[in-house]
Write a protein that binds this ligand. Structure first.
Ligand SMILES: [Zn+2]
Length: 275
């Protein structure tokens, strides 16, 4: 999900503060997200989800949230002397609006940090500003995930509901996030190694199948497959498949389930390497 912010495109550093590494920035935005959730929990006196971005925003100096038609843009962050305004695209689904708003709060954490992001980049293929832009967006998504699905609380609910693809819908509903955001978070906080892969229907010249990204690599699985079974029913389907992890083939348990309707239907697999 790409969120545009007028700040991410026009940020300049005043003076010459020391660049911050991506790791340091990740620690910082995660820490700030936890502090903000802590403040909300203290204010309302209970720890139960959801943690709505609109409830968190005022605690971070956001004066106003405006819902309006933003065309293709998810959300915007506007800085005024006395605080921020977040504009959210009113045409998007409420859970997407919630995530977009949390993402913009993430940008305010980076403003607090007030240091340029130092990144490694391949000068022949990508410009520094492209890499900085991409990493900035990724950091804001990390902050958004921690704000809406605080690690410890999400873990507690995951353990309660069970580490399986069948828990995704309940977790998404409980934390008011999208199915895909909940699936990615499960993989991030899972007590055992786990990858979440989202599979979409696709057609190659001679076959139909699914395309997904596993460990950031595209992967095609042709029909018939357990994925097709999951796609065509509403029940979870368990299967085994070998995946390459760091050049070593490993047998993995795939726990797959279909979501969505019609043309936008897709399958999510939680992939667990066998120990
Ligand atoms: Zn952004």
């Amino acid at each position: 999900m790409t969120t545009n912010s007028i700040f991410s495109d026009s940020a300049t550093s005043q003076g010459l503060p020391m660049p911050v590494s991506v790791e340091e920035a990740t620690d910082f935005v995660t820490k700030r997200a936890r502090e903000l959730v802590g403040e909300l929990v203290k204010q309302r006196g209970r720890e139960e989800p959801p943690f709505l971005a609109e409830e968190l925003a005022p605690l971070q100096g956001i004066k106003e949230i405006v819902k309006t038609d933003l065309g293709d843009v998810d959300a915007l962050l506007i800085r005024h002397q006395d605080g921020y305004i977040i504009k959210i695209n009113e045409n998007h689904h409420p859970v997407r609006q919630n995530f977009s708003c949390a993402h913009e709060i993430g940008h305010t954490f980076l403003h607090e940090l007030n240091r340029p992001l130092g990144v490694d980049y391949d000068e022949f293929r990508q410009t520094e500003s492209n890499v900085v832009g991409r990493e900035t967006e990724r950091l804001c998504n990390i902050a958004a995930a921690e704000l809406l699905m605080p690690e410890n609380i999400f873990k507690k609910y995951l353990t309660g509901f069970g580490l399986s693809v069948s828990s995704i819908e309940r977790l998404a509903h409980t934390f008011k996030v999208s199915i895909q955001a909940a699936a990615i978070r499960i993989a991030e906080v899972s007590p055992e190694p786990c990858e979440a892969t989202i599979w979409r229907r696709c057609q190659k010249p001679r076959s139909k199948g699914f395309i997904g990204y596993h460990m950031r690599r595209p992967m095609y699985i042709r029909d018939p497959s357990p994925l097709l079974k999951a796609y065509e029913s509403d029940s979870p389907v368990k299967s085994f498949k070998s995946f390459e992890l760091n050049n070593i083939k490993k047998r993995c348990l795939m726990d797959s389930k279909g979501f969505g309707q019609g043309k936008t239907r897709y399958v999510i697999s939680l992939v667990f390497p066998e120990s």
